[in-house]
Design a protein around this ligand. Sequence first.
Ligand SMILES: [Zn+2]
Length: 376
Amino acid sequence: MNSSFQIGKVMGIPLRLHITFLAIIPWIALIFGSVSMPDPFFGKTYGFGAVEPPLVRWAYSFAFAILLFVCVALHELGHSYVARVNGISIRSITLYLFGGVAAMEEIPREPRLELKMAFAGPGVSGVLGILCMLLYSQSAAFLGEEHPFSTLLLTLGVMNLILMGFNLLPAFPMDGGRLLRAYFATRMPYVTATRRAASLGKMFAIFMGILGLFSFNFLLLLIAFFVYIGASEEEKATAIDISLEGIHVRNIMSSQVQTVGPNMSLRALMDLMFREKHRGYPVMDSGALQGIVTISDVQRVPDSQRDLTTVGEVMSRKLFVIGPEEEASAAMKMMQEKGIRRLPVMEEDKMVGIVSREDLVRAIELWSERQFSERS
Ligand SMILES: [Zn+2]
């Protein structure tokens, strides 16, 4: 599950690397160490393929790959810095194959702040690109255009400008999608703005996909797919977040909780589940919560042994609980992260209720029903 690891801290924010990133650094070094590409517009050469001897060639290629990674990290830190000075806490930044993701405590619902935050990343990339280009002109003048150090600065500059351009594409999950949403959100409700920005992103992805299909460009197809998924995910996440806003666990939990004892047999538990149509029960022993037992715990025991096996033997003792005053969206997040379907609600060591995924889904459905009737 934990496929990323921490490499350090910047501005107090843990910087994490996803394992895909370990593969990408040698891969980028390999690509840029193998090509020597004069571009058709300016006749400049990118890549280190022509650098001799090989040792110098690969040293430059790896230095380039690592510097590129530093530039991606700086892009993410740009977003995080603006978030931080506006009072939003950042839990961590994870660098993936396709870029970075900053995990924020909360996503701002303030269009102006989101505009600033979304723009900060491409802004950093743009500044880095221009800086590299300026340094390149100096290096070209002193060391010569063909010197590998000049090539390094030029290639890094162009890559940063591409990173800026790519991220300004008006589609989720790129920064451009967020910019577009923030722009829409200044003149309409947030969910509507997200929906509109997401559908524009999807149209854009379909257009890219068709282009990729006809030009047999596999990379373009892949990016189109990635953009399409990103747009749909963002739309869904925002709708859920907004519809659970202001709802606390206490408002949606069931306070009549049927519990079972650890000595109950699995046969009796199955009968109870069948009668009450519940798929999981908290297990209580002399007033204290001991664990939780679900239908999947029962299914692990063969039918012939269910008379002799007790709930206490199969229940899961690892308990995740939530307080009644916490936000419903926090319950949703916890269930998703831990892959569970129900959470006991605890208040000062006492179980006061239980909240399930079904309760959350019902809250979301009721909310969208209300939205719909308000609109029509
Ligand atoms: Zn960005």
